[in-house]
Design a protein around this ligand. Structure first.
Ligand SMILES: *Cc1c(COP(=O)(O)O)cnc(C)c1O
Length: 392
């Protein structure tokens, strides 16, 4: 056992939390200054404006001070009124999960659910909304991480807008790793977090709220205020002249600021391209090894996570343990419904480097072979590298 469980792994190739960028770690180590120190208020304002630039929103997205589940739950609490009917789209564990939060606040939650290796078709959403004009809010998960699958939220946003409803998008594990913005999917509320593709530790959420969604929140008598679940409280907090409703996570805001600098300096297109190539190399390697990807179709496979389908008799938990202790490579298990059925290679932020595909394939293949699964690791490695070499 070269990498006992008591010591950290050599490579974190998970689908979040991810390893943090060195720039982020350095920023996290800066002196903690008082939140009302003018220097911190300026850092906060600058970070919010950088997030606005990166997310291409008309006003700065809210920074909430808890990992992205906070913003998702706050969105359900703030946007959904007691008499609202909500349509929840479930193509995986996160999509399904949002429906439970929605049910706490809505009069009724309808659901379109598809198998967790599939996506929700925009036409199905369009047809459902036609039959149910009472739907006010639709919720969709862009990249359902435990399945490694994408929903076409841009097309879904189109039909939701046409029907006059508001769309909530969970883009936690897609934004920053591929071309997606709140505007492109016409989101009412678009939630993401710096702990996936931006390469920060889990601690903050980002929520972009459209003017239509603000109108709805403002007219919702039950939208929380003076609460950790409030979106309203934080609306103007980004301005250096406005007070914070509660103490912000000072160090984490420094980390976010550094991560946004890195993202904007590297250039979003280049960042997305290295996510894309890493994913393509992983998929080619997986197939050449004699395995298959979990998503039903190549077009819905995420560029930030490769979900590998476990063949008959493979023990996913054991394979992950061997990859970790023998090779020092940490991979992600499935969650909920996908647990045991797949293993996930994360390529998000710092781990979205094409050559990590070879490390992932070697560790996954080696661990599978060690547990008695018939795989051709050599062919997997050749295929992954060929994909990288063919890209120039
Ligand atoms: C990571 C992630 C979140 C945040 O939730 P955790 O389970 O606490 O990590 C929310 N939605 C999606 C799609 C995610 O990938």
């Amino acid at each position: 056992m070269r990498y006992p469980k008591e010591s950290p792994p050599a490579f974190t190739l998970t689908s979040g939390p991810v390893d943090a960028y060195p720039e982020v770690l350095r920023a996290l180590a800066s002196t903690v200054i008082y939140d009302y120190d003018p220097a911190f208020q300026l850092v906060y304002e600058k970070a919010a404006l950088k997030a606005q630039k990166a997310m291409a929103t008309p006003e700065p997205p809210l920074i909430l001070h808890g990992e992205p589940v906070l913003a998702l739950e706050a969105t359900a609490a703030s946007l959904i009124a007691k008499d609202d009917c909500v349509l929840n789209l479930a193509s995986g564990v996160y999509g399904k999960g949002f429906g439970y939060w929605a049910a706490r606040y809505a009069a009724k939650v309808e659901e379109i659910e598809v198998p967790y290796d599939e996506c929700v078709e925009p036409e199905a959403v369009q047809a459902f909304l036609k039959d149910h004009p009472e739907i006010k809010v639709v919720a969709a998960c862009h990249h359902d991480t435990p399945s490694g699958t994408l929903n076409d939220v841009d097309a879904i946003g189109e039909v939701v807008a046409e029907a006059g409803a508001l769309l909530i998008v969970d883009a936690v594990s897609s934004w920053g790793g591929m071309r997606t913005t709140p505007g492109a999917c016409r989101a009412g509320v678009y939630v993401t977090g710096p702990n996936k593709c931006l390469g920060c530790p889990p601690a903050l959420s980002l929520a972009a709220v459209s003017s239509e969604a603000w109108d709805k929140i403002d007219s919702n008598p039950d939208a929380p205020t003076a609460s950790m679940l409030s979106l309203t409280d934080w609306r103007h907090a980004w301005k250096s002249t406005e007070p914070f409703p509660f103490t912000p996570s000072v160090s984490e805001v420094n980390g976010l600021d550094a991560a946004l600098d890195r993202y904007l300096n590297e250039g979003p297109e280049r960042v997305w391209a290295r996510h894309d190539l890493t994913a393509a190399a992983c998929r080619d390697g997986v197939r050449a090894m004699g395995l298959d990807i979990w998503p039903a179709r190549e077009e819905i496979a995420s560029p930030t996570t490769t979900a590998v389908k476990m063949p008959q008799g493979a023990d996913a938990a054991k394979i992950i343990a061997v990859a970790r202790t023998r090779y020092g490579v940490m991979l992600s298990a499935g969650r909920g419904d996908t647990e045991g059925k797949l293993i996930r290679i994360g390529h998000m932020g710092p781990s979205a480097q094409p050559m990590y595909a070879l490390i992932a394939i070697a560790a996954l293949g080696g661990a599978m072979a060690a547990t008695g699964v018939d795989v051709d690791v050599g062919s997997g490695l050749v295929a992954a590298q060929s994909r990288i070499d063919a890209s120039g």
